[in-house]
Design a protein around this ligand. Structure first.
Ligand SMILES: [Zn+2]
Length: 382
């Protein structure tokens, strides 16, 4: 038996006026998805446990079959794992954004003008040289997203994610570690500004100790692999012993090579992997950008360039089961994530399910299932 998990990040949405009052899932032409839903089981998944932040870290942790309420410690340590950093028990990782804060203290750009990785690396290296030491370490990551490691005593702080502060006053952290954090953010200005980028300081947030997650193979008795261009998702793979497959042409943007991600899944399953997770970020990006066309197009590309050939390829390999759901909703109207339950689809190649429609309205009457229980249902693990 082969198992596939499809994650169109943030694809769930609301009725959109430009789509004549339909949601992107309703408006997109997705004949393969419709066919699978008609013979599978659709329902609603609570991927974000009550009271937890509606992020891809929490939602994907649930999809991977781990209860975020038990295992989630913060976003940064998952990204640190993706960079290959191993935290000691007395180290806490912070996400270190390069950001642009206006002279009036407004968060102008949480992504600091989107520097490239090669533009930002020397900035992080300079921060390490000038502000590092005494247990503080700056590690270069990707584009505007970097990691700061600090002693465990620095963990107590309430930090606002910079993307929640866009065009608002940049509210500094509170809590017992706030003094040190604010001091570093203040002192970072003199360093960052020397590089002539749009970014003019760092923003520290999303901290946590390294989560202690048992290996996927140990819990489910199956070997799993994944492909994703997103650090958070790859980091979850590192922390759970799920192999991260590199795919040429895979990106976190609208231009990702869908067919290459599909082929990587089929190749890995053919080579002996039991479970393959395909994560594509484009739907979430479109949601954040409020880009209706790209969100619909991304769903149509899922259908045409992934699901169609995937089903065909899986049929050649023997019996299979497939789970499809996003890690959270990213409504176009809000341009950010919500914690609302999302539609899920579970299909078995050999069993006709009750059938339904894979849309928000199609599952509105279903009682939400905790998202982290779906992996066990997919692989029928007791
Ligand atoms: Zn997002």
């Amino acid at each position: 038996m082969k198992y596939v998990v499809c994650v169109p990040d943030g694809c769930a949405d609301e009725a959109v006026a430009e789509l004549g009052g339909q949601t992107p899932l309703e408006a997109a032409s997705t004949p393969v998805l419709a066919r699978l839903a008609a013979r599978g089981e659709v329902g609603r998944a609570a991927v974000i446990p009550a009271g937890m932040p509606p992020g891809s870290d929490v939602g994907n942790m649930a999809i991977f079959g781990y209860d975020p309420a038990e295992f989630h410690t913060g976003r940064a340590p998952i990204e640190a794992a993706a960079l290959g950093l191993e935290l000691g028990p007395d180290q806490v990782a912070y996400r270190c954004n390069l950001v642009t804060v206006g002279d009036d203290g407004t968060m102008v750009d949480f992504a600091g003008g989107h520097p490239t990785s090669s533009e930002s690396r020397p900035v992080i290296e300079a921060l390490q040289a000038e502000l590092g030491g005494d247990g503080i370490e700056f590690h270069p990551g990707v584009e505007y997203r970097h990691i700061m490691v600090a002693p465990g005593s620095w963990s107590d702080a309430d930090c606002v994610p910079p993307h929640d502060l866009s065009d608002k006053p940049a509210v500094v952290p509170t809590g017992s570690a706030a003094g040190g954090l604010v001091d570093l953010m203040d002192r970072s200005r003199a360093v960052v500004r020397r590089f002539g980028l749009k970014a003019n300081q760092i923003w520290l947030w999303g901290q946590g100790f390294q989560p202690q997650m048992p290996r996927f193979a140990k819990i489910y008795g199956l070997e799993a692999s994944l492909c994703s261009a997103v650090d958070l998702v790859r980091g979850l793979g590192v922390l759970t012993g799920i192999t991260c497959v590199d795919v040429e042409g895979m990106s976190a943007g609208f231009d990702t090579d869908y067919e290459a991600q599909r082929d990587a899944a089929l190749e890995s399953l053919r080579d002996g992997t039991d479970v393959f997770i395909i994560h594509v970020e484009a739907t979430d990006e479109a949601g954040h950008a409020g880009n209706v066309d790209e969100k619909v197009k991304a769903l149509e590309r899922w259908d045409r360039d992934i699901l169609d050939g995937l089903v065909e390829g899986l049929d050649e390999l023997g019996p299979w089961r497939l789970l499809l759901l996003p890690d959270h909703a990213t409504p176009l109207r809000l341009k950010t994530h919500t914690p609302d339950p999302v539609p899920y689809l579970l299909v078995d190649s050999a069993v006709d399910g009750p059938g339904g429609s894979y849309t928000e309205a199609g599952v509105a009457a279903c009682e939400p299932v905790p998202g982290h229980l779906l992996m066990a249902r997919l692989v029928r693990h007791r």
